[in-house]
Write a protein that binds this ligand. Structure first.
Ligand SMILES: C[S@@+](CC[C@H](N)C(=O)[O-])C[C@H]1O[C@@H](n2cnc3c(N)ncnc32)[C@H](O)[C@@H]1O
Length: 448
């Protein structure tokens, strides 16, 4: 029986053999779509836009072959601002279409809690055409219950209505800079606190891992940063801000975003031991047209006095051994103006949240495999293959060290003992890089 006949008899209930996947050659996807669509009342599509065009057969099918009597929803899953422009054009072009279109921002979804990411079209929760990204690649038809449930879960993510597209987009232009950052880090990376030779193993893969939501960044604490940065900056006319350590421009982008929301101008300094993240921040500042100074130095050499209204950094303190935390807090305290703020996150280590000093080979392999699977989606648009990204991710996992600086109480005491008053303390579980982790989110104020 040819595939089209098979599909027809499956829909009519004549086909009694069990099947999990029926692979569909690309030239018959449209025909299968038409058969399924004409037998459905609700058609829902979730399509990951992994290159810069809408010439994909899935997009064509839903626009050209969805019966008008059906309820049709199309979600475009994107990860960067260039794609956002593209989506806007696509949606405008199809503005007369009779169905709902919205955008899902992959960067704002906790991928750890989600099923594997695929593009799919779901027909009445009975059948789905799936486009998978693994080695086999390609389309298949399924009615497997677990797969249909996974599709439903993807359809329940937060969707931005086309009207709100512009205002709700915060994610930085990661896909535009990941390749560039990787290249420059081979030239610019110097040494860091863990590796006397070069931190290239870290900065060269960092933005790729961010693209795949596998490393700790401010986006894991989105609401905390937005509301606490707002609270810290809103009363200050022209704030002077220090980003104290940053693997790239992600902390900077949060501060800049809040300044935009508050309609304020200010001045930004970024400090890091390595030139690569500073380069990333300069690149970002140029795009945003904001004044930025970079300080290539160790935090221990910062000698500023009452200079900053705000110091912001993400997951910085655990880069250091416990004995050095009070020195860093004192340096921050001194660098802040009276009533200035620190806004940061710190990983907690307590009885419930232990992890090995050095990850096991099995844990490194799991991290690397995850990177392999996730980078399959991006490999057409980045400079490295999924195999190369997986290898780099493995090196990252084996070298990265997060120091055990203490429990929630230890961290709170360290801030208080350095003279800070705590304005906000939140204690949250996040997916973590190699292991589930607990973080303290802190906004602390320098007293008089
Ligand atoms: C801020 S932390 C963690 C990354 C962070 N989660 C993010 O989103 O950017 C990492 C940065 O700290 C920097 N760093 C490490 N030790 C430092 C030191 N003693 N002084 C200044 N920067 C340092 C590293 O070069 C790295 O770029």
């Amino acid at each position: 029986m040819d595939i089209i006949e098979k599909v027809k008899s499956i829909i009519n209930g004549y086909y009694t053999e069990q099947f999990d996947k029926i692979y569909l050659p690309e030239d018959i996807v449209k025909d299968v779509f038409v058969i399924l669509a004409s037998n459905s009342t609700v058609i829902e599509q979730f399509c990951v836009l992994h290159n810069e065009s809408f010439d994909h057969i899935m997009f064509q099918c839903i626009v050209e072959h969805s019966p008008r009597i059906c309820s049709v929803r199309q979600y475009l899953a994107i990860n960067n601002i260039k794609q956002l422009d593209l989506c806007r054009d696509y949606i405008l072009k199809n503005k007369d279409s009779h169905f709902f279109q919205g955008v899902a921002l992959l960067s704002s979804i906790n991928l750890e809690l989600m099923p594997e990411l695929v593009s799919f079209t779901l027909f009445d929760d009975r059948f789905a055409i799936i486009l998978e990204y693994d080695d086999n690649g390609g389309f298949y038809l399924t009615k497997n219950r677990d797969v249909l449930i996974a599709c439903r879960k993807w359809l329940s993510v937060d969707i931005i209505d086309k009207l709100d597209l512009e205002t709700s987009f915060l994610q930085e232009p990661l896909m535009m800079s990941a390749d560039m950052m990787s290249e420059v880090s081979y030239v610019l990376c110097s040494h860091d606190h863990m590796d006397n030779e070069s931190c290239c193993w870290y900065h060269s893969v960092w933005q790729y891992l961010r693209l795949m939501n596998m490393v700790s960044t401010p986006s894991w604490h989105h609401d905390f940063y937005i509301s606490n940065l707002k609270a810290s900056l809103q009363k200050i006319p022209y704030p002077k801000i220090l980003i104290s350590g940053a693997a790239d421009y992600s902390s900077l982008s949060y501060v800049v975003r809040v300044m935009e929301l508050l309609k304020k101008d200010g001045h930004y300094d970024v400090l890091d031991l390595c030139e690569s993240p500073l380069f990333a921040c300069k690149w970002y500042a140029k795009r945003k047209n904001i004044p930025l100074c970079t300080k290539k130095m160790s935090i221990f050499d910062l000698n500023s006095c009452e200079e900053y209204d705000l110091i912001c950094t993400d997951a910085f303190l655990t880069r250091f051994p416990k004995e050095q935390i009070s020195s860093i807090l004192s340096i921050w305290y001194k660098a802040l103006k009276e009533y200035g703020y620190v806004v940061t996150t710190v990983r907690i280590y307590d009885d419930k949240h232990q992890c090995p000093e050095t990850p096991s080979n099995a844990d490194i392999a799991t991290f690397s495999n995850k990177a392999y699977k996730r980078s399959k989606i991006w490999e057409k648009v980045i400079n490295y293959s999924a195999e190369e990204i997986a290898k780099k991710a493995g090196v990252y996992a084996s070298k990265m060290k997060s120091n055990k600086i203490g429990t929630r109480e230890d961290i709170i005491s360290a801030f208080i003992n350095s003279g800070f008053e705590l304005c906000c303390v939140e204690d949250v579980e996040v997916a973590g890089e190699l292991y589930p982790s607990r973080y303290l989110r802190i906004r602390a104020q320098k007293g008089r």
